[in-house]
Design a protein around this ligand. Structure first.
Ligand code: ZN
Length: 430
């Protein structure tokens, strides 16, 4: 099928030229239109004319979530109100909520690059896309829907939860693609299984947004539903919403839309680039965003860049799935641990389920202790618990260099949620 949503740039050089043009445009727009950015740039001694190459990006000051909160309710606004056609907000209490403005150009471009996600996932216009994420002030529902309509497939806007209706629509509408969180994906897989409706549905692909998911969890969902592909879609309200990248059908990492934003991977402590391929914080600078452009926005999300060429031939660069948030980092006996590392260890072990919890306690001896609760996989006998827990403990020790008590529980014992599952319980008092 003819590709309609690929970048205007055909080579890496053209992509860089496009980025430089976008960077110059963004700094100029922000300097001219936003008192916040003008002040920030003046303090850093930067004028728009100082941006002459992509290397000049490193001279620009950072923007943080705190800047968004302080600018509430219309932070970073860089155009007159008459050009604003919509707002979206992230979850959080008033004042902590991030509100972002959009112009019509922003909305159109978001729909365009979201359509690219469906194109990259190799959907066609016959596909029926059940959208089971939140609608309302959130970016999720409307983002998935606009992208789907722009692409030309059929959107089925069910929204989150409502498992009965989800199952009914999978049968009645013969949905081929479902968009939801990974937790919801697992819940659906288990429901379809429990209700015995596998042979009445036509689901082929799932697209997961807004949550990290372990390899084990994904493998389980894929197997239970007999899916061809599972895709990961990253996104945050600050950067339009979901749809800012997707792993292609080769699943070698997430291609991200480098014609819409520049991604830097920086050490969260030093704010210098990490060595190639190492994990660091994602820092984004938008290239076309009008109402609320981002200049070196610290996302707090952790990932790493993936080098080399993808078999799909796309020139769009790749980053790994999200490893967690720099805020979620656990400091345990002087070792920095990201929950994603535990995911990674567990996903390499056969015989266990995808759900887990990390519990941290401080005991009378003043030392910290970590307990990792893990479910046995479905159908695995209780007799194997001792062997499995020893294996998990050994792997955690080997890969993360810490000791953990491993507690096995039966399949289905840990809570499932339609939204993000809470996995870290830190009971230590500081
Ligand atoms: Zn690819």
């Amino acid at each position: 099928m003819e590709k309609r949503f690929t970048p205007a740039a055909k080579t890496k050089e053209e992509l860089k030229a496009l980025q430089l043009e976008g960077l110059k445009w963004t700094v100029k727009l922000a300097y001219k239109g936003s008192p916040f950015y003008r002040k920030r740039l003046d303090e850093a001694g930067i004028k728009p004319s100082h941006i002459r190459s992509l290397n000049d990006l490193s001279k620009l000051p950072f923007t943080t979530a705190k800047d968004l909160q302080e600018g509430y309710p219309f932070p970073l606004l860089s155009v007159p109100f008459e050009k604003v056609v919509r707002i979206h907000a992230s979850s959080g209490t008033t004042g902590k909520r991030k509100v972002l403005c959009y112009t019509q150009k922003d909305i159109d471009e978001w729909a365009h690059f979201f359509a690219r996600c469906y194109e990259m996932a190799e959907l066609n216009r016959e596909d029926r896309v059940q959208i089971a994420v939140g609608y309302g002030v959130w970016t999720a529902g409307v983002g998935f829907q606009l992208g789907c309509e722009r692409f030309g497939a059929m959107a089925i806007p069910v929204g989150p939860g409502n498992v009965d209706m989800q199952c009914q629509f999978l049968i009645d509408m013969q949905t081929t693609v479902m968009c939801c969180t990974a937790s919801m994906g697992l819940l659906m897989a288990e429901e379809v299984h429990r209700r015995g409706i596998s042979d009445q549905i036509n689901l082929k692909k799932m697209i997961f947004g807004s949550e990290r998911s372990s390899d084990a969890m994904r493998a389980k969902i894929k197997e239970m539903l007999g899916l061809e592909h599972l895709f990961d879609i990253p996104g945050m309200t600050e950067l339009y919403g979901p749809g800012t990248g997707l792993d292609c059908v080769y699943h070698t990492g997430i291609h991200y839309w480098a014609d819409y934003y520049i991604l830097e991977i920086l050490d969260p402590e030093t704010l210098k680039p990490v060595p190639a391929g190492e994990t660091g914080e994602m820092v984004v600078t938008t290239l076309r965003k009008e109402a609320a452009p981002l200049i070196r926005y610290r996302t707090r999300d952790l990932t790493r860049l993936i080098s080399g060429k993808c078999p799909c031939g796309s020139i769009l660069p790749r980053h790994d799935r999200l490893l967690g948030r720099s805020d979620d980092m656990i400091i345990f006996r002087a070792v920095n641990i990201y929950p994603g590392q535990i995911d990674h260890v567990l996903s390499g072990i056969e015989g266990i389920g995808s759900e887990y919890q990390i519990i941290l306690d401080r005991k009378e001896d003043g030392k910290d202790y970590m307990t990792v609760k893990v479910e046995r996989a479905e159908g695995v006998e209780k007799e194997r618990e001792r062997e499995l827990s020893r294996k998990i403990g050994d792997e955690i020790k080997k890969q993360i260099l810490v000791s953990a008590n491993v507690e096995m529980v039966e399949y289905g014992a840990l809570p499932r949620s339609e939204r993000k599952s809470k996995r870290v319980f830190d009971n230590r008092e500081f």
